[in-house]
Write a protein that binds this ligand. Structure first.
Ligand SMILES: [Zn+2]
Length: 472
């Protein structure tokens, strides 16, 4: 690995910090469930692109894919020769005030060579090569349970917060994930999904009573009227979010995907009344069926975020925001975290987490963490989706101004266990490299650097989400 800043990974400081990172069990503050189905191909987790059979998946040509193939090949090199046990070893978090002796539960070491396997094989940038297909075949043969046990064991994870709002087919439950080797699993609730359920509930309850598909004679547009009002919607959503079980560690908003992060929570109820009426009228067929219903109206989404903040404050939990890169259905310019600034001014007492390094808006997000005490920055998805140099630059850019107490590790892994392993492997190394560069430049002492590594990988998140892991 040849990183900038005088090849920092070749330095003794990097080696020291990497040892600290390897001895630290991760607190992953944002991930998604696994699928119980046969493991999907590695390229499918490295890009959200939708493709047709006519073209190779764009991810196959990325640096992250070439790297992932080698990493997984190395991880599974001896897999078929080893006896399988589904009993994962217990894990505890490395105490923050210790030096850096290897933890007895240090994750399975991974060879540091970048040439773990198939280095002399030609990897086709146009699509999976025969060597790539052999690795995919091996993953399929092993199956998801064994693959997950292997990946989680190698990743060295103390806790994961799981956003289970993806509703993928054959989605694993949180308990099932825990049984595969994650000591602590907590839930992250997607507030827009809850709001959609609330609206459907209200329509269903009112369809024979208050809700009637009748046109009022006075209504010039002759559309059905509803007496579902803003106050009802707010109250019911608040009730629903308040009554969620204790294992909910955070709320998450995907407003960036729906109407953008320029959220205005000052909209009067009279306007929301009218918007609800129009939404229910135009979507009444879907709302009354079992079909999924997708809220996209900005006034409603902004109201949902407002209720989420009010409830989060009562529950003393943070609100995570999707920011920056994501699926093809988002408008990236609407996912710039700077758009959240007016909202942040109005809710100083609720903690916000900007997800995904807000890439490519990393510096914008880092600035927000520096000026808002309640703002934190996660860097999942950027790691491991970017190139090694890109991951390093993203974290190094964040560290230019973000307090090290505000940076949070996550995997944003989903569907297949490999994603947890790849994020853990590169999260540790990139954090160690970025911190080492800042030790080398004189901003941090070596002992401050070691503390920063532990904070970023585990302790910041353990404190923010009040997780019962040993963080100090
Ligand atoms: Zn996510």
């Amino acid at each position: 690995m040849d990183l900038p800043h005088h090849s920092v990974t070749q330095t003794p400081i990097y080696s020291e910090l990497e040892a600290v990172a390897d001895a630290t069990l991760l607190v992953d503050n944002h991930a998604h469930p696994l699928s119980k189905a046969a493991p999907s191909p590695l390229w499918s987790i490295l890009s959200e692109a939708t493709t047709t059979p006519s073209y190779p998946h764009p991810a196959c040509g990325t640096l992250a894919y070439s790297r992932a193939i080698r990493d997984i090949s190395g991880l599974l090199a001896n897999e078929m020769d080893e006896p399988f046990t589904s009993q994962p070893a217990p894990m505890t978090l490395t105490p923050s005030n210790s030096a850096s002796p290897p933890s007895p539960h240090t994750p399975t070491p991974i060879p540091h060579s970048e040439t773990t396997a198939s280095d002399d094989e030609e990897h086709s940038l146009e699509g999976p090569s025969p060597a790539d297909r052999a690795i995919e075949q091996q993953r399929a043969t092993i199956g998801v349970t064994r693959l997950a046990t292997r990946c989680f064991g190698a990743a060295g994870i103390a806790a994961v917060l799981v956003d289970d709002g993806l509703n993928m087919p054959e989605q694993m439950s949180l308990n099932e994930m825990k049984s595969l080797g994650i000591p602590l699993v907590r839930r992250v609730v997607r507030v827009e999904t809850e709001a959609e359920s609330v609206l459907k509930e209200l329509v269903t309850e009112n369809k024979d009573g208050v809700w009637r598909r009748v046109a009022r004679p006075t209504s010039p547009d002759k559309k059905p009227r509803t007496t579902i009002r803003a106050t009802m919607f707010r109250q019911r959503l608040h009730q629903r979010l308040s009554s969620l079980p204790e294992n909910v560690a955070a709320f998450k908003s995907i407003a960036a995907y729906r109407s953008g992060l320029g959220i205005d929570i000052t909209c009067p109820d009279e306007v929301l009344d009218e918007v609800l009426r129009e939404t229910i009228s135009s979507a009444s067929v879907n709302l009354n069926s079992t079909e999924s219903f997708r809220l996209t109206n900005k006034v409603i989404i902004d109201c949902v975020v407002h209720v989420a903040f009010q409830t989060a404050k009562q529950r003393h939990i943070p609100v995570q925001f999707h920011c920056g890169l994501g699926d093809i259905d988002e408008r990236l310019e609407q996912a710039n975290p700077l758009l959240l600034k007016p909202l942040m001014d109005m809710v100083p007492d609720v903690k916000l987490v900007l997800l995904h390094a807000s890439w490519p808006y990393v510096r914008e997000a880092a600035y927000l963490t520096a000026v808002y005490p309640n703002c934190f920055l996660d860097f999942g998805l950027a790691i491991p989706t970017l190139s090694v140099r890109g991951m390093f630059r993203a974290l190094d850019a964040a560290m230019e101004i973000a307090p090290v107490t505000k940076l949070l590790y996550s995997s944003d892994a989903h569907t297949v266990p490999d994603a947890y392993f790849l994020a853990a492997r590169w999260g540790r190394r990139v954090v160690a490299a970025a911190v080492a560069a800042n030790v080398q430049s004189g901003d941090l002492t070596v002992s401050e650097g070691k503390a920063a590594v532990r904070r970023i990988l585990a302790e910041n998140a353990a404190g923010l989400y009040r997780l019962p892991v040993q963080a100090s």
